[in-house]
Design a protein. Structure first.
Length: 147
């Protein structure tokens, strides 16, 4: 009985000494005024193990809502979805934002602001601000811009 416990203790110490998975902390700060979802897909579309769909509840500029996630470092295609109720008369006000590149090498913060607003400043060095400018329907759209 003592030999079995000793062997199990030795095996558990060897397993605990294995190399831990390398992750970083991604903090998403929601200042958009509505619920959001952030989709992260591996940048080269070869490693489908690194796909994340992260949701953060509503927050605004005065009372932001932030949520932290642990992800594997890498380059991701990040797409933000503003989760809003469908209006049968006007449809969705934000539409679908185009994907952008997110290079995640170290712990970082991503701030999501209101749809159609520009950030007032760039924030601290570890912070990235995501904003999606919606062109009014009466203005022409820029060529090469993804919609």
């Amino acid at each position: 009985m003592k030999k079995t416990i000793l062997v199990l203790a030795l095996l558990s110490m060897l397993l605990m000494a294995s190399d831990p998975m390398n992750t970083i902390r991604l903090t998403i700060i929601n200042k958009s005024g509505m619920d959001i979802a952030v989709q992260l897909i591996d940048g080269d579309y070869t490693d489908y193990d690194n796909i994340y769909y992260l949701t953060v509840t509503e927050g605004d500029r005065l009372v932001p809502n932030e949520k932290a996630f642990d992800i594997v470092p890498g380059m991701y295609n990040m797409q933000v979805f503003y989760i809003e109720t469908y209006d049968p008369v006007y449809g969705f006000s934000c539409g679908q934002s185009p994907p952008v590149k997110l290079i995640a090498r170290k712990n970082m913060k991503v701030v999501i602001i209101e749809c159609g607003q520009q950030p007032p400043n760039w924030g601290e060095p570890t912070m990235t601000k995501y904003w999606y400018w919606v062109f009014p329907p009466w203005k022409s759209r820029l060529p090469g811009y993804l919609y």
